[in-house]
Design a protein around this ligand. Structure first.
Ligand SMILES: Nc1ncnc2c1ncn2[C@@H]1O[C@H](COP(=O)(O)OP(=O)(O)OP(=O)(O)O)[C@@H](O)[C@H]1O
Ligand SMILES: [Mg+2]
Length: 335
C-alpha cells in the first residue's frame, strides 16, 4: 500500500514538473515569438530607412547633376553667344553688300541696254555705283565673310554636339567601350569657357586605348576634377592631363593643377559629402564624394596627391574590363 502511495506521489510530482516545464516552454516560445516579431518590425524599419537613404542619395545625385547642368548651361550659352553674335553681324553686312551688288548689277544692265549715244553716261554711272559699293573690297570681303560665318556656325554645331555627347546616356547607366582620353578632351571642351583665360593645358597622354565604363558618369568625374582644378588655379596656372597603363588590365588618368593645393589636414576629408572650402553658393561639396562613388561603381579607385605648395594631382585608376574584374574579385580599388 505504501508503495502505491509513494508511486502516486512520484507520479504527481512528475506531472507537476512536466506541467511546469510545459508552462516554461510556452513562456519561452511566447518570448521567442515576441522577439521574432520585434526583429521583423526592426527589419522593416531598417528596410524603410535604407529605402529612404537610397532615395536621398538618388536625389543628391540628381541635384548635383542639375547643379553641374546649370553651370554648363551658363558656360555653353556664353560659348554659343560669341559665334552667333558675329554670324548675325556678318549677315547684316552681307545684306548691305547684296544691296550694293544689286545697284552695280543694275548699272551694268544700264550699260548693256543703253543706246550708243548714252553708253558713256551709263558707263560713268556704273563706275560711280562700283565706287559707292567699294567694289574691290566687297569682292574680297564677301567670300571671307561667308567662310567666317560658316566656321562660326560649325563651332556652334560642335558645341551642341559635345553637349549632347556629354549628356549621352546620362539617364541610362550604359556600359560601353570608350576612349577616355577622348572623353576627357570632350569634357574639357564643355567647360573650356571657365578655363580658357587662366589655364594652360599640358597633355601627356599614354594612348591607353578603350576602357569598359559608363562614359556619362566618368565624364561627370572629369568635369568635377577639371572644375576643381580651375577653381584652385585662381588667376592663372597649368593643368596637366595624363594617362597611362598599370599592368595589362588596368589604366589610369590624372588631372593635376598648379593651384593652391590641399592642406594636409583636409586631405582626409575632401571625399566626404558636403565638405567644401568654397564660399556659400559656390560649392556644394558633393563633387568629389559623387566622383568617389562613381569610380567605386567602376571597381576603380581615386587618389589625391598634394605635397604642400605644389598644387593637387588627382589620379583615377580603372580596370579595363568590368567583367574580368568582377570575376577575379581583384579590383584595383581593393589593393
Ligand atoms: N584641385 C584642387 N585643389 C585644391 N583643393 C581642392 C581641389 N579639388 C578639391 N579641392 C578641395 O576639396 C573640396 C571638396 O571638393 P568637391 O569637388 O567635393 O566640392 P566643391 O568643389 O567644394 O563643391 P562642388 O564640387 O559640389 O561644387 C573643395 O572645396 C576644395 O577645398
Ligand atoms: Mg567640386
Amino acid at each position: 500500500m505504501d508503495e502505491i502511495t509513494a508511486l502516486q506521489r512520484r507520479l504527481a510530482r512528475e506531472r507537476a514538473a512536466r506541467q511546469e516545464a510545459e508552462r516554461l516552454l510556452e513562456e519561452k516560445s511566447l518570448q521567442l515569438y515576441e522577439s521574432h516579431q520585434a526583429l521583423l518590425r526592426r527589419n522593416a524599419e531598417l528596410q524603410n530607412a535604407n529605402a529612404q537613404l537610397e532615395a536621398t542619395h538618388l536625389q543628391l545625385l540628381q541635384s548635383e547633376k542639375l547643379a553641374s547642368v546649370g553651370q554648363l548651361a551658363a558656360g555653353v550659352a556664353h560659348e554659343i553667344n560669341n559665334p552667333v553674335g558675329f554670324v548675325l553681324s556678318n549677315l547684316n553686312t552681307l545684306k548691305r553688300y547684296l544691296e550694293d551688288m544689286l545697284q552695280v548689277i543694275q548699272a551694268y544692265q544700264g550699260v548693256v541696254e543703253a543706246p550708243d549715244p548714252q553708253r558713256a553716261t551709263a558707263i560713268r554711272q556704273l563706275d560711280q555705283a562700283k565706287q559707292a559699293a567699294d567694289w574691290e573690297f566687297l569682292c574680297e570681303d564677301l567670300p571671307a565673310m561667308l567662310v567666317e560665318s560658316s566656321d562660326g556656325l560649325e563651332r556652334v554645331r560642335v558645341i551642341v554636339q559635345d553637349l549632347k555627347d556629354f549628356s549621352r546616356a546620362g539617364t541610362h547607366a550604359t556600359w560601353l567601350e570608350a576612349d577616355l582620353e577622348h572623353e576627357l578632351e570632350r569634357t574639357l571642351k564643355v567647360c573650356w569657357n571657365a578655363l580658357k583665360y587662366k589655364a594652360t593645358i599640358v597633355r601627356e597622354y599614354g594612348q591607353i586605348g578603350l576602357v569598359e565604363c559608363i562614359p556619362s558618369q566618368i565624364n561627370q568625374v572629369f568635369l568635377n576634377l577639371l572644375t576643381n582644378a580651375g577653381h584652385a588655379l585662381g588667376d592663372a596656372g597649368t593643368i596637366w592631363l595624363r594617362s597611362g597603363t598599370e599592368g595589362p588590365d588596368a589604366l589610369w588618368l590624372e588631372v593635376e593643377d598648379s593651384g593652391c593645393g590641399i592642406p594636409p589636414e583636409n586631405l582626409g576629408k575632401i571625399f566626404d559629402p558636403f565638405f567644401t572650402t568654397k564660399p556659400v553658393g559656390t560649392g556644394t561639396g558633393l563633387g568629389l564624394s559623387l566622383s568617389y562613388g562613381i569610380i567605386a561603381t567602376h571597381l576603380g579607385r581615386i587618389e589625391v596627391f598634394s605635397p604642400p605648395g605644389q598644387g593637387a594631382r588627382f589620379r583615377i585608376t580603372l580596370p579595363r574590363h568590368r567583367a574580368a574584374e568582377a570575376a577575379s574579385g581583384s579590383a584595383p580599388g581593393n589593393t
